[in-house]
Design a binder for this molecule. Structure first.
Ligand code: SF4
Length: 381
């Protein structure tokens, strides 16, 4: 079993809130960013002694908008991680960045600091849709950011794209796919817009100011995206992710294969020795705890064997290769079909109907099965 560790660093700052955003993020001035980074360093310092036994092969700066931190701030965090952990030589160091928040100089600086993979929140290549989502950038900013990133020496880029946006039609979606693929990123993530309660978009839809797409339109866009990306040489390796050969995101694979990761920062989650835990979502509490010499952890839960099995199946089925039944037995000491005998009849029905496939010692969702993945996965929880 892989004994490496992944590290996630949450940067909770954005220029302004996008209309659909349900992430932990907020606007902040320079002083607040400085205080936050100081606290991040304190948290790394406090927790590293208990974690440092395994080499770190992936670091992921997520947000929020990590590219709102200065080069010096990213450098300081990476320097502290290098000091307190053993990073593998090929450690994948990803930073999420938003077009409109980077410059040739900042990208060159992040690259010199050791960031070797960027994930750009492009979402759409249509200015009208971007404005409707409350994004701060225009399509041209995305093109320019990618050009600057290449000039700065980045050879591993992801573009996040979104479909199922109100007022988006198939023509606009394929235009986004075409424009994105023309930038030749090594990795493309394509997510269906989720409308979350408490967001501005939720209210816009609730009060009829915006019209959501139908499930059918959403699914058509998903399948169009899939076949389009496959035709451009991207291998789908997860429900919403495709990559050029060898360019799957190492960090995300840790989530889907139940490997260990330590999260630092506001609202960051960790999974270590079978225990899931998370930090406070309150910026005030996060800073207060660390300044007082306390950890900001507010929740933790030691998974039972049953929960470990559920998570193994639930997260593993997100991968196109699905789950290995031999690995299930090796990890848990029991046969998969024995554990889920009560669900066997429904599972066999999904297999007969072409939604799930079991072959070569693996179980996985078919392309049709991905459309109803929530229904299938619900069998195991
Ligand atoms: S950039 Fe991302 S994290 Fe920031 S407000 Fe927009 S959706 Fe939320």
């Amino acid at each position: 079993m892989d004994q490496t560790l992944g590290i996630y660093i949450h940067i909770p700052f954005c220029i302004r809130k996008c209309s659909y955003c349900g992430f932990v993020s907020q606007a902040a001035d320079e002083e607040m960013k400085g205080r936050y980074v100081d606290c991040l360093l304190k948290e790394i310092e406090r927790r590293a002694p208990a974690l440092r036994k395994n080499p770190v092969d992936s670091i992921f700066f997520g947000g929020g908008t990590p590219s709102l931190l200065s080069v010096q701030q990213i450098e300081a965090v990476l320097a502290r991680l290098r000091l307190r952990f053993c990073l593998t030589e090929d450690c994948e160091i990803t930073m999420e960045a938003n077009p409109g928040t980077v410059s040739p100089e900042s990208l060159a600086g992040y690259r010199s600091a050791g960031v070797n993979r960027l994930s750009f929140g492009v979402q759409s290549m249509n200015d009208g849709l971007l404005a409707g989502l409350g994004r701060i950038h225009r399509a041209q900013d995305a093109v320019q950011s990618v050009c600057w990133a290449r000039a700065a020496g980045f050879d591993n880029l992801n573009l996040d794209l979104m479909f199922g946006i109100p007022a988006q039609d198939m023509r606009l979606w394929t235009h986004t796919l075409q424009e994105a693929a023309a930038l030749s990123p090594e990795h493309i993530s394509f997510y269906s817009l989720q409308v979350e309660e408490g967001t501005a978009l939720y209210d816009d839809i609730k009060y009829g100011r915006m019209q959501p797409l139908t499930d059918e339109e959403d699914r058509q866009m998903y399948h169009e995206g899939l076949s389009w990306l496959k035709s451009r040489g991207y291998e789908q390796y997860e429900i919403s992710n495709g990559a050029k050969p060898g360019r799957a995101c190492r960090h995300n694979l840790k989530y889907w294969t139940m490997q260990e990761y330590a999260g630092f920062g506001l609202a960051a989650h960790s999974f270590l020795s079978g225990v899931r835990s998370s930090n406070t979502e309150s910026l005030f509490d996060y800073i207060k705890a660390l300044q007082a010499g306390r950890l900001p952890t507010v929740w933790s839960h030691a998974n039972t064997q049953e929960e470990m099995m559920e998570e193994f199946v639930f997260t593993g089925l997100r991968q196109i290769c699905g789950i290995s039944l031999a690995e299930f037995r090796q990890r848990f000491g029991v046969d998969f079909h024995q554990v889920y005998q009560a669900q066997e009849e429904e599972l066999q029905a999904f297999c007969r109907d072409g939604f799930v496939c079991e072959s070569g010692g693996r179980m996985y969702l078919t392309e049709r099965g991905m459309d109803i993945s929530n229904r299938i996965m619900a069998l195991f929880v």
